[in-house]
Design a protein around this ligand. Structure first.
Ligand SMILES: CC(C)(COP(=O)(O)OP(=O)(O)OC[C@H]1O[C@@H](n2cnc3c(N)ncnc32)[C@H](O)[C@@H]1OP(=O)(O)O)[C@@H](O)C(=O)NCCC(=O)NCCS
Length: 216
């Protein structure tokens, strides 16, 4: 009950259109999907895999949200809008995550065992984004709408595009072309000339010494 209460509060905090907890409880498919998932996960963990799958497919039919019974979901998980969401068997979702419609937490088909991603805490996966593979998306990361994420994303990062690339870390631009100093660069030819000149000086010094000693 506490878990349900905090989930409803999370919806209220994250969705400006949400009016009351009662309305959220009765009408939000994300809440229904999570309640069904809790039952399905319990059955899955107790070896009742067929029943677990039955519950999750029933939930999918009503909500458009398919969460495999084996997936591990954290607290206060908010699924905004629902519909077209797939969360794979070995996916893990941390606390306080937010995902929108059209999100897939899936596999690429290349991995065995752990095949699906792990979301840290407070991760946002925007509408239509696909996160594919057994890597981690760090705490507080934001995945942009329609991004396709194929590798690990560090904490506090914003990742956009196909394939996704990190464009911000903690709100700061990640732009290597402007951070590289293109003016104060060492000239390799000049370095080589300096090396030759010091060798020449050394040889001249040796020759001077030899001639002073009368060896030349
Ligand atoms: C990514 C997002 C979360 C914003 O995160 P942010 O950390 O505040 O990032 P910014 O808005 O500063 O954008 C960073 C850069 O990514 C680009 N960007 C943002 N969203 C993008 C997207 N979906 N696809 C491609 N590029 C995107 C911005 O243009 C900006 O580019 P720049 O570096 O050239 O300026 C937001 O753009 C987003 O996708 N929100 C979708 C939420 C959603 O699904 N809503 C559905 C409600 S129904």
């Amino acid at each position: 009950m506490t878990r349900l209460g905090e989930t409803l509060a999370a919806y209220q905090a994250r969705d400006p259109a949400a009016r009351s907890k009662l309305e959220i409880f009765l009408l939000y498919p994300g809440v229904h999907a999570i309640l069904y998932h809790r039952l399905a996960h319990f059955l899955y963990c107790h070896g009742l895999k067929f029943l677990a799958r039955l519950v999750s497919q029933w939930s999918r039919f009503w909500t458009g949200i398919e969460i495999h019974p084996g997936a591990k979901i954290g607290r206060r998980f908010v699924i905004d809008h629902g519909m077209g969401i797939v969360i794979g068997e070995t996916a893990e979702v941390g606390d306080d995550c937010l995902i929108y419609h059209g999100v897939t937490l899936g596999g690429t088909g290349k991995d065995h065992g752990k095949r699906h991603p792990t979301l840290g805490n407070n991760v946002m996966v925007s509408s239509g984004a696909k996160v594919l593979g057994p890597f981690t998306v760090g705490d507080n990361a934001r995945i942009a709408s329609n991004a396709v994420v194929l590798k690990e994303i560090p904490p506090n990062a914003t990742a956009v595009g196909v394939p996704a690339r990190v464009v911000r870390i903690a709100g700061e631009k990640v732009d290597y072309t402007t951070s590289v100093d293109q003016i104060h660069i060492t000239d390799p030819v000049q370095k080589e000339l300096q090396a030759l000149s010091s060798r020449l000086e050394f040889i001249e010094m040796l020759l001077d010494e030899q001639s002073r000693q009368g060896n030349l």
